[in-house]
Design a binder for this molecule. Structure first.
Ligand code: GLU
Length: 295
């Protein structure tokens, strides 16, 4: 698989529309934006609307509105995963032709009983032994060995690939792991800057990049913003939406979290001026990689 673009640096922000933008996701959007812009790169936005049951009506529009209210304008066309199913199907067909996919009917409970990872049993189940009335997931033959990479903030990583990754779910939806890698390749993404909650998924993604004949991008996992009870701020925990009426205040707080010493007068500037100020000063090493609460 090859990219349709070539550029020295292409970064992206890829929110799932399961809720509005909260402060933690603003930090990720801002970190990926600043890293791209300060390297003379392009910053794309891709809406990961792949899982309608988990989505919140109107969330995609609200996220885009919040990004714009904070001056975070993307380069190039906005992509929607819901409009890219043809590409995902083509890639699945290609992998199937190469003999790299197999159907799996294990339930979560069965997998838990086997120690948390799908094991060899269904890898070798002949198709005629599958239960006709049970839906199947599609798994990629990829387990075994490890993947290593140097993360911009989390340092050297060694990750075991313990399980054959699900690329299509039992409910018929394309899996995040498939869509994220296929889209990053197709869009020519060279740098994936995102929250540290996705660090663990990276080894398996890197393996899929290679199986699809693509060089994996550089990965950088930013520290997570924790809530008062020590939990990650997330849409699932119903973190509060950021207030689009005070973008300067939000941006300054997010810059503080990313290690900037923010002069008080910056809070009186426009979002565009704040972003310009920050992009010309951004240094990767200023970011403290530890997850923490906002001070
Ligand atoms: N859509 C994912 C999320 O909102 C992020 C995917 C990624 O950045 O790789 O958590």
């Amino acid at each position: 698989m090859t990219s349709k673009y070539t550029n020295r640096y292409i970064g992206r922000f890829a929110p799932s529309p399961t809720g509005p933008l909260h402060f933690g996701s603003l930090v990720c959007a801002l970190g990926s934006y600043l890293d791209a812009v300060s390297h003379g790169g392009h910053w794309l936005v891709r809406m990961e609307d792949l899982d309608p049951p988990r989505e919140e009506p109107g969330a995609a529009g609200r996220i885009l509105q919040s990004l714009e209210a904070h001056g975070l304008h993307w380069h190039g066309p906005l992509e929607w995963q819901s409009r890219r199913h043809g590409l995902y199907d083509r890639i699945l067909d290609e992998l199937a032709e190469r003999g790299l996919l197999y159907p799996c009917q294990c339930s979560r409970a069965q997998i838990r009983k086997q120690g948390g990872h799908a094991n060899d049993s269904c890898r070798h189940t002949p198709r005629e032994e599958l239960q006709a009335d049970l839906p199947s997931a599609l798994r990629l033959h990829c387990a075994g060995g490890e993947e290593t990479f140097d993360d911009i903030w989390q340092g050297h990583q060694q990750q075991q690939v313990l399980e054959d990754t699900i690329l299509k779910r039992r409910d018929g939806l394309f899996a995040y792991q498939l869509a994220v890698v296929v889209d990053d390749i197709d869009q020519g993404v060279t740098h994936v800057v995102r929250g540290a909650d996705l660090l663990e998924t990276t080894g398996a993604q890197q393996r899929l990049f290679r199986l699809l004949g693509a060089e994996p991008p550089m990965f950088g996992h930013l520290p997570l913003v924790m809530g008062p009870a020590g939990q990650k701020l997330s849409k699932q925990n119903h973190a509060a939406a950021i207030d689009d009426q005070c973008p300067a205040e939000n941006l300054c707080a997010a810059l503080g979290f990313l290690g900037f010493h923010v002069p008080p007068e910056l809070g009186g500037e426009s979002p565009a001026a704040i972003l310009h100020w920050a992009a010309s000063r951004w240094q990767r090493r200023q970011v403290d990689r530890r997850n923490r609460q906002l001070q």
